[in-house]
Design a protein around this ligand. Structure first.
Ligand SMILES: *Cc1c(COP(=O)(O)O)cnc(C)c1O
Length: 414
């Protein structure tokens, strides 16, 4: 997309606004399927939580993706978007037995990640095939905030508890049709990932009715220049051949599954904001924009570095800026960034805004969540309106009736 096209979108739909380029999503989807073209059965389940806009889900459906869901609401959203129940896997953490039963009744594949629920569910519904989420205790990335495979992680059943799993399976007569792992969000080192995969293969040998092995996600995409990214092509080559070898050993063709979120949608997204004020202090030049962590929280929550550039004046001389939001808290998007000279009213563009951005937006400071636009075949389509005042108040009730009109609540200062 050109800067001119992006600026037109802010003129048409206002600022701030999220823009997703469908062709980029398709590209990434094809890269992944291409990298694993040597396995006889590949299943990609897009992780809904990365970006749960219904139009994005429908687009994924058209590409041939399934869905990975983490709440009953995401399951229902997926069904609403037209996915068949068998194309949805439910991989929750810390949810109630009731919620899992509700999802199961809708016909989706259930993935269980703790022994207590495994035993309860297996006793009540021995006929429902279940996938088990394993914690292989492998740290995928260096950042402990996003690595979920390590020893004291709340995710998955420890490989050291496999004897417990087997006892539950034997006692309940339940059927295990899948084995799953999701070690975190940063596969920097393919060998580490392959090492975790070996643990999964070893685990899989304990179960003789498997249909699939799900390797989760954690594909890293570049955020800034020089970032390491997962070499999908190399991973595809190495894991495919190892997977095919395992299937021979196992004696049956299994499906190889992945649940990419960020990989499919991160780079497709741009977040466009307008500069309200340029503020020169003694040490820093701040560019204050019409947004904050209510719209894009990743820099503040995870320390993510989203590349920011000035699309109103891209060729101007670069200067150093700290780009900050309008929320009454510290909400720094980027410190000391080199950006083409910013004037008030300019539009800045944040890169990598397709994953975990709009889906994490809130109404904090009573601000409206922004609009979302899908760029498809050279045309901009509005896929979510910005909130309005009605959205802020629609769930608040009884403020007209709970206070007795005669009662004076004023506290005297004396
Ligand atoms: C969040 C999540 C994913 C997607 O992770 P990305 O890093 O966005 O690819 C996949 N599987 C499970 C179980 C998840 O919770």
């Amino acid at each position: 997309m050109t800067n001119k096209q992006l600026l037109q979108i802010t003129e048409q739909f206002g600022s701030p606004v999220y823009v997703y380029d469908a062709s980029k999503i398709k590209n990434q989807f094809q890269r992944l399927t291409g990298a694993f073209s040597n396995v006889s059965s590949l299943k990609l389940n897009y992780a809904v939580k990365a970006n749960s806009n219904i139009s994005i889900l429908k687009y994924m459906n058209r590409l041939g993706s399934g869905l990975d869901t983490v709440s009953i609401q995401e399951v229902k959203l997926g069904l609403f978007a037209g996915f068949k129940p068998e194309d949805i896997i439910f991989t929750p953490n810390g949810v109630s037995l009731q919620e899992i039963e509700e999802a199961s009744a809708l016909g989706v594949q259930i993935n269980i990640d703790n022994l207590s629920i495994l035993e309860q569910f297996g006793s009540l519904h021995p006929d429902v095939p279940i996938c088990i989420r394993i914690n292989p205790h492998v740290m995928a990335g260096g950042n402990s905030k996003i690595s979920v495979g390590h020893i004291d992680s709340k995710f998955g059943i420890s490989i050291h508890q496999i004897p417990h799993i087997l006892r539950i399976v034997e006692n309940t007569k339940m059927r295990i049709n899948g084995i799953h792992m999701h070690t975190g969000s940063d596969i920097l080192d393919i060998d580490v990932f392959l090492y975790a995969s070996e643990i999964l293969f070893e685990t899989a040998k304990n179960f003789d009715q498997l249909e699939f092995i799900d390797f989760g996600s954690g594909f890293k995409v570049p955020y800034k220049v020089g970032d390491i990214q997962t070499n999908i092509e190399e991973l595809g080559k190495k894991l495919s051949s190892r997977f095919n070898e395992f299937c021979k050993e196992y004696g049956r063709e299994l499906t190889l599954g992945f649940e990419p979120g960020k990989f499919l949608v991160s780079e497709a997204g741009k977040f466009l904001v307008q500069v309200n004020v340029v503020k020169q202090t003694t040490s820093t030049v701040f560019a204050g924009v019409d947004s904050g962590f209510n719209h894009l929280i990743r820099p503040m929550l995870y320390g993510s570095e989203h590349h920011i550039h000035n699309i109103s004046n891209p060729d101007a001389r670069e200067r150093f800026y700290s780009v900050v939001g309008y929320i009454c808290e510290t909400d720094t998007f980027g410190s000391n960034r080199r950006i083409a000279e910013i004037k008030e009213g300019d539009t800045l563009c944040f890169e990598n805004a397709g994953a975990y951005c709009a889906s994490m937006a809130s109404n904090y400071n009573s601000r409206f969540r922004p609009a979302e636009v899908l760029w498809l075949n050279g045309k901009a389509h509005l896929i979510r309106k910005a909130d309005n005042f009605e959205d802020l108040i629609k769930n608040q009730v009884n403020y007209d009736s709970i206070f007795d009109s005669n009662e004076k609540l004023k506290v005297s200062s004396k």
